[in-house]
Design a protein around this ligand. Sequence first.
Ligand code: SAH
Ligand code: SF4
Ligand code: F3S
Length: 448
Amino acid sequence: MEKKKLYIKTWGCQMNVYDSQKMADVLFPLGYAPVDAPDDADLMILNTCHIREKATEKVFSDLGRLRDIKDARTEEGKKPLIAVAGCVAQAEGDVIMKRAKFVDMVFGPQTYHLLPEMVLQANGGERVINTDFPVESKFDHLPEAAVGSPSAFLSVQEGCDKFCTFCVVPYTRGSEFSRPPEQVIEEAKRLAGQGAKEITLLGQNVNAYHGGDYDLADLIAAVAEIGGIERIRYMTSHPRDMNDRLIGVHRDIPQLMPFLHLPVQSGSDRILERMNRKHTAAEYLDIISKIRKARADIALSSDFIVGFPGETDADHQATMELARQVGYASCYSFKYSPRPGTPGAVMDGMVPDAVKDGRLQELQALLFAQQTRFNENTAGKTMPVLFDRKGQKPGQLLGKTPYMQSVYVDASERLFGEIVDVEIVRAFQNGLSGEIVTTEAALSQKSA
Ligand code: SAH
Ligand code: SF4
Ligand code: F3S
């Protein structure tokens, strides 16, 4: 078979990272092998995100570069294809087709299992657009992963019916859908067989998972039974679906890692209501205290939005207060960005950008200080670290602690994919560095 090169650039959430991997898997049997740069690729895919402003502009500016590459290669007699995938494709597919005539394919997040046919059509000179939400799930048509990873993502749930008033996801990903548990467990077993020690169960609303009789707690318990899976995580969760059973598995299942990303967005009840989050700050804090009762050492993280329409200084201070009360290990925080087609975009009380800037700075100063403190508290401790990435320098590996901290360690490459005890030597805002404490004897046993 003719060898071809595939370039994929990925923006956005873990779900998009998972999708990009699956696109590569779907295209592998057609002879496409992944490359890191677009320059001599035969197929270039931009897997896009629409969550905040300038998303579309960024795509068009990248497309400009890809067009130059395509033109140059066309002169050499090659016929490279350009595709736009993901949430911008879903939301703005028609605009992209109209404005960028050199784009060969536009397809949404629910259709990439049809890539072989779309590529065939595009190679035949057709321009292809597919932004359907097909009745048949793409998950029924995905091939096995071409390469394994020690830390693997597994998408179990997609879409969202919650319609927070700031968010495009219900429009770009469609309504909530859970994969059947048997299918998820089978994929988890395959990943374990390919060397995965850690599995992150993914979903836009992962804790709303309900496949057959299984909820997320059942699914975690089932994945924990699979030999070789030593670590389980899940994301992203909504506070409303954080029920007692799920909180209970944090106590009962040792493989479930002590880290939870539970976005709150705001600490003000008034703003939470305008955001349609359907819970109060007190209810969120109550969930946090239950989780801490179940698993005392749990590390918490959240997403915050500052400057949602109608947010006053008092509302913002309520957010600051909530963050102080929880004490997070790491967080993402954003300025509110009005998204076309969402209710928030037409609400009264738009907050001026300068005010948003000030609030974001104040919040981030607090969150960064909390993160630094959390990391510093782990200095001097010994923790099991899963080496799942190569470091920038040779002889260096990057790994993850149970609490999701990144750790740089000087370590031999044969430890890649292993869980090894590491003493944390230094702490930074964004991560840690450490030294291996496991003895050579224990290590050779491990790799034997
Ligand atoms: N499903 C997840 C989050 C999905 S989007 C949840 O329910 O929490 C990831 C994050 O992007 C959100 O948590 C939110 O903080 C941020 N975000 C979403 N829409 C946004 C907007 N219009 N402006 C700014 N931030 C936004
Ligand atoms: Fe967006 Fe809200 Fe759904 Fe999360 S729960 S994906 S923020 S609409
Ligand atoms: Fe972005 Fe779509 Fe994920 S909008 S955050 S890529 S679901």
